[in-house]
Design a protein around this ligand. Structure first.
Ligand SMILES: NC(=O)c1ccc[n+]([C@@H]2O[C@H](COP(=O)([O-])OP(=O)(O)OC[C@H]3O[C@@H](n4cnc5c(N)ncnc54)[C@H](O)[C@@H]3O)[C@@H](O)[C@H]2O)c1
Length: 254
C-alpha cells in the first residue's frame, strides 16, 4: 500500500519512524507540509519524496494520512476523496461540522473512497460503538491536561470548559479530538469537561458510558509526545495499528 502524508509534525514523525523500521507492506512514499523543511526532514528519515504541493502525490497513492490540522482536513479531504483516494484523518474535530461531515461522506461514497478515523488518544471506543444503538443513554468525557499541554500559565486546577462536545471543539480545536471521536462513535453530542491541572504530567481522558447494557468507565493516562505536548503518544500508535490492520487476514477487536 502506497501512502502519502499531509502534515509532518509530531504524529507523522512517530508513524514514519515505526513504519519504516519493519517489513509491513506499507510504503510511505510522499511527504507534504506547508513547511517544506519539515517535509524534507521526514522524507529523508522515511526514504520517500518531499512534495511541494499535495497534488504531486495524489495520482500515485492508495491512501493519504492527514496529520496536520482541522482546517487542512476541510481543504484537502474533498479534493482527495474526489480522486477516489482513501484517507486516514487524525484531525477528527473537523467532522463536528455537520455540513462538512455530510459533504465528505457524499464525496467519498460517490467516488468509492473510504475515510478512516483512528481511535486516537483514548481507549474504550470499541465498547461505545458496540452499544451505540442498543440502549446507550449517557456518555461523558473528562479531559485533564497540564498547563503546558493547554498553553496556560496557571498554578491551580481550573475547569476550562464544561458543555457539549460540539462547543468544546470550537474552543479547543487542536486539543479535543477525543471528544469528537467519541461523539462520532456513538452519534451523540457528548458531555465534556476540560480541566487544566498543574499536578498532572499526562493527558488524562476519563470516559463514562451507561445505558441498558450496564455501565463502563475507562481512564487513559497518556504520555504527551516530546515534540508536541498537546498530542498523546497513543494517538500516533493507534494510527500505526490502523495502517497495519489493512494488510491483516485476521483482525482482533474493532
Ligand atoms: N485523533 C486524535 O486522537 C488526535 C490526537 C492528537 C492530535 N490530533 C490531531 O492531529 C493533528 C496533528 O497533530 P501533531 O501533534 O502531529 O501536530 P504538529 O503541530 O506536531 O504537526 C502538524 C504539522 O502539520 C503541518 N500543517 C498544518 N497545517 C497544514 C496545512 N494546511 N497544510 C500542510 N501542512 C500543515 C504543520 O506545519 C506541522 O508540521 C492535529 O490536528 C491534532 O489536533 C489528533
Amino acid at each position: 500500500m502506497k501512502v502519502g502524508i499531509i502534515g509532518c509534525g509530531a504524529i507523522a514523525n512517530i508513524i514514519t519512524t515505526s513504519i519504516v523500521s519493519e517489513q509491513n507492506g506499507i510504503d510511505i512514499a510522499y511527504f507534504y507540509d506547508k513547511d517544506i523543511e519539515r517535509a524534507e526532514n521526514l522524507a529523508s528519515l522515511g526514504g520517500g519524496v518531499a512534495v511541494l504541493t499535495f497534488e504531486d502525490m495524489l495520482d500515485d497513492v492508495d491512501l493519504i494520512l492527514e496529520c496536520a490540522s482541522p482546517d487542512s482536513v476541510k481543504y484537502f479531504a474533498p479534493l482527495i476523496l474526489e480522486n477516489g483516494v482513501d484517507m486516514i484523518i487524525m484531525s477528527i474535530g473537523a467532522f463536528m461540522d455537520k455540513d462538512f461531515y455530510n459533504q465528505a461522506l457524499r464525496i467519498a461514497e460517490d467516488n468509492g473512497a473510504k475515510i478512516h478515523l483512528p481511535s486516537g488518544a483514548v481507549v474504550g471506543l470499541d465498547g461505545i460503538k458496540a452499544v451505540a444503538k442498543f440502549g446507550l443513554k449517557e456518555v461523558s468525557l473528562v479531559t485533564r491536561k497540564s498547563p503546558k499541554s493547554l498553553g496556560k500559565d496557571i498554578d491551580t486546577e481550573e475547569v476550562l470548559f464544561e458543555g457539549k462536545a460540539s462547543d468544546a471543539v470550537k474552543e479547543f480545536p487542536l486539543n479535543i479530538n477525543v471528544a469528537a471521536t467519541i461523539s462520532m462513535a456513538c452519534n451523540m453530542d457528548i458531555d465534556v469537561k476540560i480541566i487544566v491541572d498543574p499536578k498532572v504530567d499526562r493527558n488524562v481522558h476519563e470516559i463514562t458510558a451507561s445505558g441498558d447494557f450496564g455501565e463502563f468507565k475507562t481512564i487513559t493516562m497518556n504520555y504527551p509526545c516530546a515534540a508536541n505536548p498537546k498530542t498523546s503518544m497513543l494517538a500516533a500508535l493507534s494510527a500505526i495499528r490502523l495502517l497495519k490492520s489493512f494488510n491483516e487476514t485476521i483482525s482482533v477487536g474493532m
